[in-house]
Design a protein around this ligand. Structure first.
Ligand code: ZN
Length: 111
């Protein structure tokens, strides 16, 4: 999976870099990691399928949402796993749904 096209994830006034950190993540036995100190979303893309890397992106982005919007009342890892799987399915299986939201919000910005 090519992460170069993604650019920083903008969330709550933060710009969160999305980076390939495959070597360190592999050594730590992780697929991804949301570094809150650096506001950096790390993903392993070396020996994983694009689908797994994409699902990891959604998972780590949810950790970022948790960090930015749920101050002091964080989700458990099990909650992040469940919600991120649901979000991933929503995005993958419903392009019309995502497109409609994208178009509606872009229309609002130009008004
Ligand atoms: Zn996690």
């Amino acid at each position: 999976m090519n992460l170069d096209k993604i650019g920083p994830v903008r969330l709550g006034g933060f710009a969160i870099d999305v980076v390939d950190n495959s070597e360190q993540l592999r050594d730590r036995g992780l697929m991804g990691f949301m570094s809150t100190l650096d506001m950096r979303l790390e993903v392993r893309v070396d020996d994983t399928s694009d689908q797994v890397a994409a699902q990891t992106l959604v998972h780590e982005a949810l950790h970022a949402i948790d960090e930015v919007y749920l101050e002091g009342d964080h989700l458990s890892e099990a909650q992040v796993m469940s919600i991120s799987h649901g979000l991933f399915q929503l995005i993958v299986d419903n392009p019309g749904f995502i497109r409609a939201i994208w178009e509606a919000t872009n229309q609002c910005e130009s008004e």
